[in-house]
Ligand binder design. Structure first.
Ligand code: ADP
Length: 477
């Protein structure tokens, strides 16, 4: 049994802004189910949803500050959670990273710098708990300084750093290195310095014993200038210690057979019941209720990464086709407005909801026929896996985790029953449009369509498989 300290800035259902929370909610649970002694550590934000008893654990003094550690457990499992409690830094409302205007909290370097300092103390068993982890598993830039700080310690635990998205690096002015009281040995271009800035992510990339990212294809892509954001050279240099492990999905939450958020549960043998969810979804969005018309869906952050511009360029042609389209998301205001304008012009074909709605997201996965995910890059992506589980055929661009989890419907893959979706290559509107047309042709052939649905629904995306790969890595380290 390994002792694992799992370090994250978000974990569902405690707090979530995106896929990072889904992963950091499910992976510790899956590792606990493999009988590992795992503890999750996270800042005690104001909006954290803790339901279990929270008790005082320990008090730590760092940089003349007194910080408390509290203990609770995940609301939906027995995974122990340690909360870093320092109200002056974490007792802010709403989002962990940005204020109500979407601007980063001005002291994010200090907030996550302190978090990393405390994690280091916990990792070194200096909090009077007699619990010394074998492995410290860090996630994304907010925990990036931990491997760097630990590299200076004797008899330290092994470190793993997982990249969930290279686009977010935690870059701050160089003066922050002094404000944070970082040891001088870490401040050089082969350390935490990146073009005269302090880079949190480099702490993970340079100093972790092993780097993982959330799909094998993304692990290769980030070694190229297109996806590496200037860090491709470092990643290539460390490629012996870099690998991809695809995320799983939480089947307690995302399973068409037992999903409390949808009108009618179903499985691969009762696909006709999926149609009741389709009707419910059409009605909810104010579209004509029609079981024959192919219904396309999209859920996600409306940002360039997700290829929303490609979709916008296709919409004027899509409205001439026999299809409907529903969208749930929020993000870039320019995209929100442009999408709304299309919906206003074509209310019988296009309907959108701007906002965040967990339960509606489930209904879209269950009710849509097709899920569109034209991402420019996608470290792993979850919705394409949820879609397959719900027999909702994903259209994806061949990048990152999308390339690793969806098998294109081609004559051969249809024959050998491995086809689970539609895959296109180029990040262009015309390539996406081709894929949509190909999807419509397949949809018009009910036997083929049903076969793809059944293939998709029977794929194993469980966390157990991925957790076993992480465990094998921990054991190797
Ligand atoms: P990313 O982490 O880049 O945002 P992922 O596909 O990995 O993308 O994960 C996104 C997660 O957030 C999924 O669980 C998705 O359903 C959810 N999500 C994104 N936007 C919304 C929204 N507007 N309403 C409900 N859920 C959303």
């Amino acid at each position: 049994m390994k002792k694992i300290l799992f370090v994250t800035s978000e974990a569902h259902p405690l707090i979530k802004t995106g896929g990072l929370a889904d992963v950091c909610g499910s992976l510790p649970k899956a590792l606990a189910e493999l009988s590992q002694d795992i503890r999750l550590i996270i800042p005690n934000y104001q909006s954290l949803k803790t339901t279990e008893n929270v008790r005082f654990l320990s008090s730590i003094r760092v940089d003349n500050r007194n910080i408390n550690l509290l203990e609770t457990s995940m609301p939906d499992s027995h995974v122990i959670v340690w909360l870093v409690d320092y109200p002056a830094y974490y007792n802010y409302p709403g989002n962990p990273y940005v204020d109500g205007e979407g601007e980063p909290w001005p002291n994010n370097a200090e907030r996550f710098g302190l978090f990393c300092r405390i994690v280091t103390e916990v990792a070194m068993n200096r909090i009077n708990q007699d619990w010394a982890p074998d492995i410290v598993h860090c996630n994304d830039w907010q925990s990036g300084l931990v491997p760097a700080l630990l590299s200076l310690e004797e008899n330290r635990p092994a470190t793993v750093f997982t990249i969930h998205n290279m686009a977010y690096q935690g870059l701050f002015p160089s003066a922050s290195a002094a404000t944070l009281n970082l040891p001088g040995q870490l401040w050089h271009p082969a350390g935490l310095e990146f073009h005269s800035m302090l880079s949190f992510i480099k702490g993970g990339l340079v100093y972790a014993d092993f780097i993982t990212t959330v799909s094998p294809t993304y692990a290769l892509e980030i070694q190229t200038p297109e996806f590496g954001y200037g860090l491709e050279g470092l990643l290539e240099y460390r490629k012996e210690f870099l690998g991809g492990i695809i995320n799983g999905i939480d089947l307690d939450q995302w399973d068409a057979e037992k999903d409390p958020n949808i009108l009618q549960c179903y499985n691969a043998k009762s696909l006709n019941k999926k149609l009741l969810n389709k009707a419910e979804l059409q009605a909810k969005y104010g579209l004509p209720v029609d079981e024959d018309i192919p219904l396309f869906g999209l859920i996600g952050r409306l940002v360039e990464q997700k290829g929303i511009d490609l979709l916008l360029d296709c919409l004027s042609e899509m409205v001439t086709m026999n299809l409907q389209f529903v969208l749930l998301g929020s993000g870039d205001k320019v995209y929100e407005k442009a999408l709304q304008a299309f919906a206003d012009l074509h209310p019988d074909k296009i309907a959108i909801k701007i906002g965040y709605d967990e339960s509606l997201a489930h209904l879209i996965e269950a009710g849509a026929d097709v899920f569109i995910m034209p991402s420019r890059f996608e470290p792993c992506g979850l919705n394409q896996m949820y879609s397959q589980r719900y027999g909702t055929i994903p259209i994806v661009r061949k990048t990152g985790g999308l390339a690793d989890t969806v098998i294109d419907a081609l004559p051969e893959t249809l024959r050998n029953q491995t086809a689970t979706g539609i895959v296109f290559n180029e990040a262009t509107p015309s390539a996406l449009l081709e894929a949509i047309k190909r999807t419509l042709i397949l949809y018009s052939m009910p036997d083929s369509w049903k076969k793809i649905q059944v293939n998709a629904m029977s794929k194993d995306f469980s966390w157990q498989r991925s957790a076993e790969q992480y465990l094998a890595l921990y054991e190797r380290l």
